[in-house]
Structures are given as C-alpha cells and as structure tokens.
Ligand binder design. Structure first.
Ligand code: ATP
Length: 204
C-alpha cells in the first residue's frame, strides 16, 4: 500500500482474533486528511472491531495503526471522535449540559465550546430543545445529539458507526452536509453503515 504524507490514519496488516475466530485478517486502509472513507460489509465482517482498535478500546494481535505519522497511542484519544453503534447518552441529562460534559471529558471547556454546541444545535434544528432531557427527544434527535458530542471537541479524525441508521431523510442530509463541511476543514472521517446509497453518496 503506498504511503502518502497526507494520510491521517493508516491501518496496516491488522489481525484480530477472538479465541480461535479471526475477525480481521490483514486489514489495510488509509484515510487522508480532508477525506471521507466508507466501510461497507455484511454483519460480522469486522467493521466494529476495526473501529474499536482505532479507538484503543481493544488492541490488534498484530499489524500497526499509524495516526498522523506516529504509532497510535493514548494521547491520540483526544484527537479522535467516535460515534459508536450503541449510543451512550445519559437519558436524564439536558441536551446542552450533556454536550458540555462530553466536551469536558475530551478536555474542552468554556464559552467557546458552548457557542459551538449552540451553533451545531442550530444546524440540526435542535436549538429549541437545548434544555430538554435526552429521554424526551425522539430517537433520531438523540442520534443528532450524539453526532454533535462526537465532533464538538474539534477532533482531527472522526469515526461514525451507522450514522444513517434510523434517521429521516432530512437528518441524513444534515449529517451529509456537516460531514462534507468537516472534510473541507481537513478532518479525516471514517463511516460504516449498511445504507449503501447514503454511504456511497457521502464517501470519497
Ligand atoms: P455488524 O455489521 O453486525 O455491526 P461488524 O462488521 O461490525 O458487524 P464485528 O462486530 O466487528 O462485525 O464482529 C466481527 C466478528 O467478530 C463477528 O463474528 C463477531 O461475532 C466477532 N466478535 C466481535 N467481538 C467479539 C468478542 N468480544 N468476542 C468474541 N467474538 C467477537
């Protein structure tokens, strides 16, 4: 695989086994800065496993992951935003409080983050729900909040696991519009989804 100076993420010959079962056999991908890379594959193909490896939730048995020219390590966590397939929002929290909380975990606090959170809520037509409890939002709106939580701390790289699952066509185009904007700002983006049309329409 040719190495490109512009590659933000390189996954090289990654193997992952669970007991006797090989979930990933020499996985190779490279994601340049300012690009959207799509992972398409049937259930069980190993997509989530690969995303968990990039997030350092689990480690590969062999192979390497290079992030921004260096072997992937702990401090890269703050440069990566991850929207997992199983969404993890605190149901009793209010939308804006929750967004501020997630940004703080990733080391970002203060007025500038709050302004940014409000801007994103506006982009997703959710500004009037900023003081609503998560549990009072529809599933699709909760997903949009999860998306905002993924990008709010200004990561260089974002991973979106099934961002198009269960949301209406307007929300799909909101997410496509915002990922295109983030791409233009130089982010590397990895998307895994079963909606082939939406994924192909979004990815490079
Ligand atoms: P889906 O599209 O259904 O989300 P996927 O491509 O994300 O699938 P993975 O979740 O990465 O697939 O799983 C790949 C394979 O590894 C599957 O056969 C799964 O059963 C197995 N697997 C995943 N996690 C574990 C684990 N912790 N222990 C054992 N086997 C696992």
């Amino acid at each position: 695989m040719p190495r490109n100076m512009n590659d933000l993420l390189i996954v090289k010959d990654v193997v992952k086994q669970y007991g006797d079962y090989t979930a990933l056999t020499n996985a190779n991908i490279s994601v340049p800065k300012g690009s959207i890379y799509g992972l398409l594959g049937p259930n069980g193909a190993g997509k989530t496993t690969l995303m968990r490896i990039i997030n350092q939730i689990t480690a590969p048995d062999s192979g390497e992951v290079i992030f921004d020219g260096e072997p992937l390590q702990k401090y890269h966590i703050s440069e990566i935003g991850y929207m997992p397939e199983e969404r993890g929002l605190y149901k009793k929290m209010k939308v804006l409080d929750l967004l501020m909380f997630f940004a703080e975990i990733k080391g970002k606090t203060g007025e500038a983050v709050k302004e940014k959170a409000l801007e994103y809520l506006k982009k997703f037509s959710l500004l009037d729900r900023k003081n609503a409890k998560i549990e009072d939002l529809s599933k699709g709106n909760q997903q949009k909040v999860q998306f905002i939580a993924t990008v709010l701390h200004d990561p260089e790289f974002i991973i979106l696991d099934e961002p198009f699952a269960g949301i209406d066509p307007i929300s799909v185009s909101d997410i496509q519009r915002i990922t295109a904007y983030l791409k233009q700002n130089g982010l590397g983006i990895l998307i895994s989804d079963h909606n082939v049309r939406e994924t192909l329409g979004t990815c490079d």
